[in-house]
Design a protein around this ligand. Sequence first.
Ligand code: MN
Length: 261
Amino acid sequence: MDKPLILCANDDGFFSKGLRVLADALSTFARVVVVAPESEQSASSHSLTLHRPLRLRRHEPDRYALDGTPADCVYLALHLTGERAVLPRKPDLVISGINRGINLGQDVFYSGTVAAAREGALRNIPAIAASVELKADHNGVVTFDPGPTAEVVAMLAQKLLARERIAGPTPLLNVNLPAGPLKGLVATRLGRRLWSDEVDVRVDPRGRTYFWLGGAGVSHDQAPGTDTAAFDQGLGTVTALSLDLGRDDEPARVLLDALVG
Ligand code: MN
C-alpha cells in the first residue's frame, strides 16, 4: 500500500516550531505536505482571501508558505491542480497545529488552527486540530513544548487511517494538551471559556484613540465531560466537532414557530 498522505497547516505560521515538530512526527509513517501561512494568523478563524492575489513560496520539497490565512492554505492545497499542484492526490488526513496555546470551548469559533482542519473536513477529509498550553515560569518566560502533543496526534492519525470507513459525518477532532505531565487522554464535549471581555481604550502619541480587544483573565466551565473541565484536571482532551451548526431542538422549533410558523 502507498504511504498515507497528510496535509499539514497551522495558524502560527510556516516557521513555527509546533508545525515543524508535528510534520516530523507524522513523517515517520506518512508523506507530509505542509502548506502554512507565511506569517502568524492566529484568531483569523475561517476567513478566505478573496480580494487580493496570493503568493505561494516553496521552501523545500513538500514545504510551502502562502501569504494567506489558514483556510486559504488548505483550500489552495486541496484545489490546486495540474503542474502547480502541491498534492499528488486528495490527502488522507488534514492536520493543523501544533498551536501555541489551547483552543478549548468556544475558542473553536475564532481559532485559525481549528479552521484549517475544518476546511479539510468540509471536503470530507478526516481532520485534526491540535493545540498545547503555554506555560510561563515565575520570571514570565513562556515555554512551548509541542513534542508530547505531536506524539498524541501521530497516534490518533494512525488510528484514523487504520479505521474502517463508517457512515456518518467526517471526523473533525479538536485535541488539546496541558503543558505539564499528561495524566491521560479523554474524550470530551465542548465546554465554555469564560473570558473577561474588555476593550482597552488608549491614546496614541498623536492624540488619536485606539483599541485593544480582549481581557486577560479566563476561567473554565467545570461541567463534567467538557474539554474545559478535563483540561483543568491536567488531562489531554479530544473533542469531536460537528460541521452542522443548525439547531433542531424543541426551543428552536418553538421560537421559529412563533416567528415564521
Ligand atoms: Mn495560533
